[in-house]
Design a protein. Sequence first.
Length: 399
Amino acid sequence: MITLGIETSCDETALALIESRTDSAGQLCVRVIDSLVHSQAELHSAYGGVHPNLAKREHGKNLIPLLHKLLIGAELKTRATIGDSEFGAALESFKAEIAQSNPELFQTFSAAHFLKNIPSIDRIAVTEGPGLEPALWVGINAARMLGKLWNITVVPVNHMEGHVIGSLLASDAARGDWQTLKPIEFPALALLISGGHTELVRVDPDFKYTILGQTKDDAVGEAFDKVARLLGLPYPGGPHISKLAHEAEEQKNATSVKLPRPMIKSGDLDFSFSGLKTAVLYAVRAHADASGLVSEEFKKGLALEFEMAVTETLDTKLRSAIESSSAKTLIVGGGVSANRRLRERFQKTADEFGLTLYLPSRHISGDNALMIALAAAIHSSKPTGPLKADGTLRLGNAR
Ligand code: KG4
Ligand code: ZN
């Protein structure tokens, strides 16, 4: 079965194709055909964060050209060809709704005559949430139109489940070999750390999820992005903070500032990062010169202290969750899991507890559609209700 994955929940327009089958032992085998990500980060940089309507417009402009590129590269067989009148009728059926709400998508779709050659794709998996609703709708509307035009099913996928499943992929190489997903011993524990979420989740057989703890305010990625902004670094801030912290460490440049390790003694598995960000703000103010600037040396030292505070906080909660959930496998996912210090620390913790740790390859730690297509593949029969963006969709929600 060939699945087209579509992801537009934030500022990445992403598409992927995978092939999946169940082998004679009943194991799911997958093969990555290709995965493309078009990032809008540079455009949003001017706003210091993602601007929802700009994201929506950009997804609308870029999704169909990206699909063209994906299909050219994939060289799939053509299953059938659609005539002009049929193409026109399909467009007409969506015109009233989508030409209004997603004009860029409707325009590019209408001009995409390559869509009349139906590729041998069996279903579409699209992110339904959580994320920015105006952005999510673009992917959903594209999936609905393609599903109708090509007469194939559209499966909604939870973006956070995508981050869990993405970490189970051993190789994300395009045109790769058949592979099985990394084996999980249940119950597993997933730590999901991204720009919008910080969650500890128990994963039970059949991929049933229970949220054990989450952030009460900012997500950890959001804290990286906000602290980066305070230090005058571009969006997304995570990689920039990480680079400065690394330089500080190399140069043995420590700061005298001591930041809080929020909620490490709270006795629960929840997080809070907004106070940490505020502590950075006060430290910057206290060390700024008359024109409000701090030295590059100070920035580096503070970046290191911030990264250490985040690492110790996440690791403390992870350890408590391992103990209270009797987890047998650890999974870490989400954009922040690209961070080297965190990866090293989590590996150390996993080794200490004698647990297997699965991290996403750094290629697919950020948002991508490969994880969305994979998340659809693990559920053999997923109920398909009306497709609708749900910005606050949670893991473990019954549909
Ligand atoms: O999962 P993701 O791509 O998007 C969301 O679903 O939110 O995560 C994006 C977040 C951003 O906040 C970005 O700053 C952070 O991941 N990030 C990092 C690193 N690379 C990306 N944070 C810390 N260290 C990194 N190396
Ligand atoms: Zn994400």
